[in-house]
Write a protein that binds this ligand. Structure first.
Ligand code: MOS
Length: 694
């Protein structure tokens, strides 16, 4: 509107950028509260069993130590929905790394020293942390993460596969993976009588408040949850974690504000992980490349205390037309930490498997992998038969191929080399569902001509408050500078969490509506708004969560060029190019960051990242950034992210789809397919580290 530079789509800088780069943005551990104490947890040293003794006497004699909380003296809390939050409530140890005590002290160093002085004895039991198909404890869950049915079957997948002239039957393995956000999980709690204030590193303060209200049996109005700046989450902060429960307990016991800032080495066991998957793909096709059978069977693990099933087979219900199909999940409860969300749960490992198998099928057929995908383009969502609200995966493939120079590719494996380097290129498609949840927002016009927009959105580094300001300014028809957006505080109108790539759609919708209403009121009202100004409020309950008659997904295509060193076995990505179709792009700068960030994380998944469950001790071996290798700058080439502007009227008033997760979906498959093209070898287990490749 009005050429103000606020138009949706503009490349607007982050509103809080200066605060962040000058170190003045406050994170959960950084609120200067008078009298604030620090706490350090004690993790269980056995993988399964029971605590028989906690001797805190030596710890309590150390300088600065204020209290040691154990299952014997910690405040009792109501039973949580997420059993991983029932910390210090009983002596059971469900997995190694489970917190069995918490030391509160004047300083971080004193708390840590105290934790080391706590003596814990256990009755240890036999344990099992190794997932495998056919495990006697395995079962087929009714539903999987995201609420999808565990199994779907159409036609006769087994016989159709048996009769198919061209077949691929492969099993791929994705290891456990961890999010490792820059800011480890941290909470600071303060009680003022029966009012609780919590500063926490979370993707959704509304949910934290709801959970704390239930656990500590408090009315939600007596709780304020502040998450103004959050240093990443990727799903690991999508639900409250033990740090917020422990900080709240410790503050209650000591009468002091208390910070629990988890050391990075405690994250792998305490904050969730992407569960490992073993996925069998069976693709059957005619000589023309048309799929006649598609089976995707995923086996994964969960903990003994929670059921979380990585929905890896679900994207195979969306991607390709196949008259006969089977998608199933098998989950095995083991003595492992509870798995949870990690960027694009389900789609990410599932599309690694599917898009690797499609590449193998292209090789079997002697067909170009782009053309094979185009040939199997469905005209409706294969599983539900619903029409797509918009689907431009073919356009993404074509546009990506053009930009990448795909037509110059010699399809023969091992056809390019440079000295000891083999060079290859690969392609994979991407998909991620469009999710949106009810939220509430308020907009106020002040007498000085400025506007305040209030919504308990969370900006986890994505640029949420910036894009919400753009949506507001656009709806109000005013320059961006006149709008101030408040997020990250549960005293603001309630909103959904920053997860499932749903944030901008979920929060932007009521922001748009409140601002549109406010603009109409201002138009009726002659002159500047009086006194406290004029305001409007909107919520999207009943609309945002209504079942759509359309299948709504974002799509994309990745192209990768890799080199494989025949002397060292090192794989390096030379080029990575993604094209996405994700509705209307609302901020070119922050959107590009999201796509590139996702692709970088996918590069890590392909080449360096992986967690190992130690069969001798339980728990994960990689517990720092020296052993869990996220890509460093030197590992990442100049990544290109492009998009096709989609006009889709079946989404929300902005016409946007989510963009936070689709960048990671398919990236690892494109890189793996490029490694095959370079070497002629199919590696079906990630990551593609030199020891595997050589
Ligand atoms: Mo994302 S795994 O929904 O935060």
């Amino acid at each position: 509107m009005a050429g103000t530079g606020t138009a949706l789509g503009a490349s607007v800088e982050r509103r809080e950028g200066r605060l962040k780069v000058t170190g003045t943005a406050r994170y959960a551990a950084e609120h200067p509260l008078p009298g604030r104490a620090q706490a350090w947890p004690v993790p269980a040293a056995v993988a399964r069993g029971r605590v028989t003794l906690v001797d805190a006497s030596a710890a309590l004699r150390l300088p600065g130590v204020l209290a040691v909380l154990t299952h014997e003296n910690a405040p009792r809390i109501a039973e949580p929905e997420d059993a991983a939050l029932a910390v210090l409530q009983n002596p059971q140890v469900p997995h190694r790394g489970w917190f069995v005590a918490l030391v509160v002290a004047e300083s971080l160093e004193e708390a840590r020293a105290g934790a080391q002085a706590v003596r814990v004895e256990y009755a240890a039991e036999d344990f099992d942390v190794t997932v495998r198909p056919g495990h006697p404890d395995g079962y087929e869950p009714e539903t999987v993460n995201g609420g999808y049915p565990g199994r779907r079957e159409h036609g006769h997948p087994d016989s159709a596969f048996g009769e198919a002239p061209v077949r691929v039957d492969v099993t791929v393995r994705v290891p456990p993976l961890h999010n490792h956000p820059m800011e480890p999980h941290t909470s600071t709690a303060r009680w003022d009588g029966d009012r609780l204030t919590v500063y926490t590193s979370s993707q959704g303060g509304t949910e934290v408040r709801r959970t704390l209200a239930a656990l500590f049996e408090l009315p939600a109005e007596q709780i304020t949850v502040v998450a103004e700046h959050v240093g990443g989450g990727f799903g690991s902060k999508g639900t409250p974690r033990p740090d917020v429960v422990l900080a709240t307990m410790a503050a209650k016991v000591t009468g002091r504000p208390v910070t629990v800032a988890l050391a990075r080495r405690y994250l792998p066991a305490a904050v969730g992980h992407r569960a490992p998957t073993l996925q069998r793909l069976r693709l059957g096709a005619g000589p023309d490349g048309r799929l006649t059978a598609l089976s995707h069977e995923a086996t994964t693990h969960t903990s003994r205390i929670t059921e979380f099933v990585e929905q890896a087979a679900v994207p195979s219900r969306v991607m390709y037309a196949a008259p006969n199909s089977l998608t199933t999940h098998q989950v095995v409860p083991l003595d492992v930490p509870s798995p949870s969300w990690m960027r694009a749960p389900g789609e990410c490992p599932g599309m690694y498997a599917l898009e690797s198998a499609v590449d193998e099928l292209a090789s079997e057929l002697g067909m170009d992998p782009v053309e094979l995908r185009v040939r199997n383009e469905p005209d409706r969502e294969p599983d539900t038969g619903k029409p797509f609200s918009s689907r431009h995966v073919v356009e993404c493939l074509r546009e990506g191929a053009r930009r990448f120079g795909w037509e110059r590719r010699d399809p023969r494996p091992r056809s390019r080399s440079e000295g000891p380097l083999l060079v290859g290129t690969g392609v994979a498609a991407a998909t991620y569902p469009v999710l949106v949840w009810p939220s509430t927002a308020e907009a106020r016009a002040l007498p000085d001509g400025t506007f305040v927009v209030r919504v308990n959105a969370t900006d986890i580094g994505t640029g949420a408050r910036t894009v919400l300001t753009q949506i507001a300014a656009d709806a109000l028809g005013v320059p961006l500078e006149r709008v101030h957006t408040e997020v990250g505080n549960s005293d603001l109108p309630a909103a959904s969490l920053a997860g499932g790539s749903s944030g901008t759609a979920s929060w932007g919708w009521p922001v748009h509506r409140a601002c549109t209403r406010l603009a109409a009121r201002l138009a009726e009202h002659a002159g500047p708004p009086p006194g406290k100004g004029l305001s409007a409020r909107a919520d999207t309950a009943g609309e945002a969560d209504a079942e759509s008659s359309y299948a709504r997904h974002a799509f994309g295509a990745h192209f990768a060029e890799v080199t494989v060193d025949t002397v060292t076995g090192e794989v390096r990505v030379r080029r990575l190019l993604g094209v996405f179709a994700a509705g209307r792009i609302l901020n070119a700068r922050t959107a590009r960051s999201q796509f590139v960030g996702g692709m970088t994380m996918g590069l890590g998944m392909a080449l360096t990242e992986g967690s190992t469950l130690d069969p001798a001790f339980g728990d994960f071996v990689e517990r720092d950034l020296a052993s869990y290798h996220v890509p460093a700058h030197a590992d990442v080439p100049a990544i290109e992210a492009h998009w096709i502007e989609e006009s889709d009227g079946h989404l929300n008033p902005m016409g946007s789809k989510g963009i936070g997760e689709i960048g990671i979906v398919g990236t690892a498959a494109a890189i793996g397919n490029a490694v095959h093209h370079a070497t002629g070898v199919r590696f079906r287990e990630l990551p593609l580290t030199p020891d595997r490749v050589l």
